[in-house]
Design a protein around this ligand. Structure first.
Ligand SMILES: Cc1ncc(COP(=O)(O)O)c(C=O)c1O
Length: 533
């Protein structure tokens, strides 16, 4: 192994005016270490591996592809590379460090058992083009997971191929369009309540529909009267998030669905928040025609972790014939078939087509099925109950110091919603969120949903203990009291993070996403000359 890279550490000038204590010569703060880019710490003269010189005619076989200069990748010894990524990981917040109030939408606890099963070679090495008779076990997993999703939602059909929640929404809306077109009905409007998730109107618009808003009531739910008044022959359907983004169950869902059906439309439910009701409510009983399920939110898979995520869609009888291909079918012989083509006798003869080139995301399917089988139906119901209990514990522990706009009208579902009402001295939700970083918590969802001023949406999820919730509540109470007292020091928070306040506008408007190599020594091509950045 070659000598360690000499170009790494240089003393940095002590930082002036540091309110969090005296500056250090390294820029490090206790055991939190400053970290440069890997291109800055790795030099081209160093490498972590010793490879023999190519022998024989190997270089000649490369022809014109033979490189004439350095490729410009940083060379590091193994410990340098390991330390670089470990230091970076310590500057991040993780679900394995503590409560993560962004909740299941971003990351909830992924049981280690899921990981063990997902890494079993038969699943891990499964290739989408493998002959079907060699992947019967994988097809069995896809089929069994689909059967669970149908049973838990009370819906007769399922499409397993969509690769995320938003992709599932598109799948559902395309099936709705195919069903309407099949009856020669060219309706053009999709209604989205204000309390719907942002992806809902985006999906409808992407699919070519005109999107119209339906207002929310003072209670944070769909305004039933306004929705009924807008229904008509141009309305293809509604997209409703239930439980909604205010963390509330849409109690009028059945009545809404009946009214939409009576007006000739179809009902899409954004089922991302199914984790709050799984085992207690079957959306099929509420009149839903299509609903996606975010496997990461309800069934504890990583959110698109290390590859595509998964957003299966369940369908009503009315939409089942239009569901996408391919799908897995269990034959009477007990074998599994992957149906890739429409056939005249097939009940999918009117499929709208494909969502993806290949069927499924094995890593997500194996994790989700492991989670389902390790909990069973009763355990899944308890998951939902614990998620709701934890959110209500937070709601009631904070509603005397933080305004809870819909808290008076009853309990919430899996998310507790607060507003910035009562903050003094020009302090904002952002200031409180920055203060949370100093208290050792990642901030919660902020400024969403839009129907609430300075919204703070906290989703603790089902796995947090009372001790963890109490610690979070203690930190939030102190921050809320400082915000109500107009404590100026919050405006400068965070004090203890590796970076203080960044310019959020510039970061969003002019992000610098590429690193450009400094001028190369004479004779050596720069990265950009080699097409790198
Ligand atoms: C209510 C809701 N709808 C849709 C989505 C979009 O899902 P995805 O991020 O998997 O595309 C999310 C995100 O988790 C969500 O919370």
């Amino acid at each position: 192994m070659s000598a360690p890279n000499a170009s790494g550490w240089k003393p940095t000038a002590p930082q002036a005016n540091d309110e969090a204590g005296p500056a250090t010569t390294t820029g490090n703060r206790a055991l939190m270490l400053e970290e440069k880019l890997i291109f800055e710490i790795g030099g081209s003269e160093t490498t972590g591996v010793d490879l023999p010189e190519p022998r024989g005619d190997a270089p000649h076989r490369l022809g014109a592809q033979l490189r004439t200069g350095e490729i410009g990748l940083p060379g590091l010894s193994e410990p340098e590379a390991v330390r670089h990524y470990t230091r970076l990981s310590r500057q991040n917040y993780a679900i394995d460090l503590g409560l993560f109030p962004l909740g299941s939408c971003t990351m909830k606890h992924n049981p280690r058992l899921n990981e063990k099963v997902a890494r079993m070679p038969g699943f891990l090495d499964c290739h989408p083009l493998a002959p079907v008779h060699t992947v019967q076990g994988a097809l069995a997993v896809i089929h069994e997971l689909g059967e669970w999703l149908k049973a838990l939602t009370g819906m007769p059909a399922v499409a397993m191929s969509p690769k995320a929640g938003a992709h599932g929404e598109l799948c559902g809306i395309l099936a709705i369009r195919a069903a309407l077109e099949a009856r020669g009905d060219a309706r053009q409007v999709i209604l989205c309540p204000e309390s719907a998730h942002g992806t809902n109107p985006a999906t409808a618009a992407f699919a070519g529909y005109k999107v119209e808003d339906i207002p929310a009531t003072a209670e944070g739910r769909v305004d039933l009267a306004a929705l009924k008044a807008r229904l008509g022959p141009d309305v293809a359907g509604v997209m409703i998030t239930n439980p909604n983004t205010c963390g509330l169950f849409e109690r009028d869902f059945r009545e809404i669905a009946d009214a939409v059906h009576a007006a000739g439309g179809l009902v899409y439910c954004d089922g991302a928040n199914f984790n709050a009701i799984v085992g207690r409510v079957r959306p099929g009983d509420l009149g839903v025609d299509a609903m996606h399920i975010n496997l990461h939110k309800t069934f504890s898979t990583p959110h698109g972790g290390g590859g595509p995520g998964s957003g299966p869609v369940v369908f009503s009888e009315a939409l089942a014939p239009f569901a996408p291909l391919p799908f897995v079918e269990k034959l009477a012989s007990g074998e599994y078939r992957l149906v890739e083509e429409e056939t005249a006798e097939d009940h999918h003869a009117r499929s709208f087509g494909r969502m993806t080139a290949f069927h499924g995301q094995m890593g997500m399917f194996t994790r989700a099925l492991t989670y389902i089988l390790s909990h069973g139906a009763d355990g899944l119901r308890q998951v939902a109950e614990d998620a709701v209990l934890n959110a209500n514990y937070i709601l009631r522990s904070l509603d005397d110091v933080l305004d809870a706009p819909f808290g008076l009208s009853g309990p919430c579902m899996h998310e507790a919603l607060f507003s910035d009402k009562g903050f003094a001295g020009g302090l904002t939700t952002l200031d409180l969120a920055k203060g949370m970083i100093d208290e050792g918590f990642h901030p919660m969802t902020m400024y969403f949903p839009l129907v609430v001023h300075g919204a703070m949406l906290v989703e603790p999820t089902e796995t947090e203990s009372k001790a963890a919730l109490d610690q979070f509540v203690t930190a939030m109470r102190s921050l809320a009291e400082r915000a109500r007292a107009g404590d100026e020091t919050l405006k400068q928070a965070p004090y203890y993070a590796p970076r203080r306040r960044l310019d959020e506008t510039l970061a969003a408007r002019k992000p610098v996403l590429a690193w450009h190599a400094p001028a190369a020594p004479a004779g050596m091509p720069t990265l950009s000359e080699q097409g790198g950045s």
